[in-house]
Design a protein around this ligand. Structure first.
Ligand SMILES: Nc1nc2c(ncn2[C@@H]2O[C@H](COP(=O)(O)OP(=O)(O)OP(=O)(O)O)[C@@H](O)[C@H]2O)c(=O)[nH]1
Ligand SMILES: [Mg+2]
Length: 413
């Protein structure tokens, strides 16, 4: 290649290079405009795992006041084999706790609304005494007080007020007659000196036994120190896990064995451990059973027998847990369970869910069994030791507006 050829090639290549470079720059510039750029000074970062959207994180115990935690303890999981309960407590909602009598009043609101409405209707605006007492009896029966107890109460009120038809007098007399009926069966709770208090809970399926065990564990922990819970429902799938979740939440120890094992052996282990560790109380959760199943009733007898051998006198209490919504059927349950094991009291669960809370009166009258506790919700603190006066006050409490009217004479009889 001659020098002139080289010069020709250079003359062509240099301008072509310039032109291509210029085209490349223009292309790059136009493309850049299409890609959103971060504003000056701002950096784009990958979201860190902590910032990435995720399940809401429950507040740490330090963030949640202890009371708020107890207050909103979520309803117990009723786990199925497919979906075991999450041990994660639900988000607490920090609403203030009503005082104890107010909680009872709140728990009784359905019964009270229906009961007081009927009582008011019965005792006001009637010309004849017979009509008043008929209406009163109907109101009592509608509240599930039962025919027998209802008749007794009405007779007692009549005998007391005679021919006086003043509504406020009739109502106040009824109130004190109900309180008297309830308090005749009250008795002091068992308190074994120097030994753990052993309480067995029995009842039909779904009555509220396990929830009551949890609530009682929290209550007894405050009263007697350490509590040991026996997972003696070895029958229902996931019953042990359900109880375990509750025990973790309350902060009490649970004694368990594998599902299907002998419930008496579990109860025995729990009592033995409680004696060795000088625990304050033992609570025995048992499997729900139909009162018609003889072998299951035999199983209850065996539990009582076996723990009685380990700790004479145990179980010191056997509570029949009744679902308040079952009404008068509660009485037949009490009869059959009572034939299997000596019952010392009743826990009336789900009183908040029924307008038939008058069954408390029927239990006292017919079974001569004291109601020891009432369940008024699904949370840990929704258990009230039963007190006849508090109960009757709560039952009649929303009548304050009515009382004012009675006082002003607008309840013309
Ligand atoms: N509203 C309300 N619900 C309650 C109360 N006590 C228990 N429950 C609910 O009743 C249902 C049954 O409660 P459990 O404690 O599992 O009943 P259980 O007797 O142990 O049932 P089994 O072990 O199957 O026999 C659950 O959904 C509880 O949340 C109460 O006082 N009020
Ligand atoms: Mg249970």
């Amino acid at each position: 290649m001659s020098v002139s050829d080289i010069l020709i090639v250079i003359a062509i290549a240099v301008p072509t290079g310039f032109v291509l470079t210029a085209i490349g720059t223009l292309l790059e510039f136009s493309l850049r405009k299409k890609i959103p750029q971060p504003p000056a000074g701002e950096q784009i970062e990958e979201p860190s795992p902590a910032e990435a959207p995720s399940e809401p994180i429950p507040p740490s115990p330090a963030q949640v006041p202890a009371q708020a935690e107890a207050q909103v303890a979520p309803p117990p999981p009723r786990p199925s084999a497919a979906a075991p309960p999450s041990p994660q407590p639900a988000q607490p909602v920090p609403t203030p706790l009503p005082s104890a009598p107010k909680r009872m009043s709140w728990g009784l609101r359905k019964t009270r609304e229906s009961f007081l409405g009927r009582i008011r209707a019965a005792i006001t605006g009637k010309a004849k005494l017979d009509e008043i007492y008929e209406g009163l009896e109907e109101a009592l029966i509608a509240a599930d007080v039962g025919v027998e107890a209802g008749t007794k109460l009405v007779d007692a009120v009549r005998a007391s007020v005679k021919n006086d038809s003043r509504p406020e007098l009739i109502r106040d007399t009824l109130k004190s007659e109900i309180a008297a009926m309830l308090s005749t069966v009250e008795r002091p709770p068992a308190d074994p000196a120097g030994a753990p208090l052993v309480i067995m809970l029995v009842g039909v399926n779904g009555a509220g036994k396990t929830t009551t065990v949890a609530k009682l564990a929290a209550w007894l922990k405050a009263q007697r120190g350490s509590v040991i819970v026996a997972a003696a429902d070895t029958f229902r799938a996931a019953a042990i896990e359900q109880l375990g979740v509750w025990c973790d939440r309350v902060g009490v120890d649970m004694i368990k064995q594998a599902q299907g094992s002998d419930p008496a052996a579990v109860a025995f282990d729990a009592v033995k451990a409680a004696v060795a560790r000088k625990a304050g109380a033992v609570l025995i959760d048992t499997a729900g059973r139909l009162q018609t199943k003889v072998n299951l009733m035999e199983e209850l007898k065996k539990i009582a027998r076996v723990i009685g051998r380990e700790l004479p006198g145990a179980p010191h209490e056997t509570f029949l847990v009744l679902d308040a919504t079952t009404g008068q059927n509660a009485l037949s349950q009490a009869k059959i369970f009572g034939d299997a094991v000596p019952l010392t009291g009743v826990v009336l669960a789900k009183l908040d869910s029924t307008a038939k809370g008058g069954v408390v009166v029927a239990i006292a009258d017919r079974l001569k069994l004291p109601v020891r506790f009432v369940g008024i919700g699904e949370n840990l603190e929704d258990l009230r030791p039963f007190d006849a006066t508090e109960f009757v006050d709560a039952l009649f409490s929303s009548d304050e507006a009515g009382e004012a009217r009675v006082a002003s004479g607008s309840y013309a009889a």
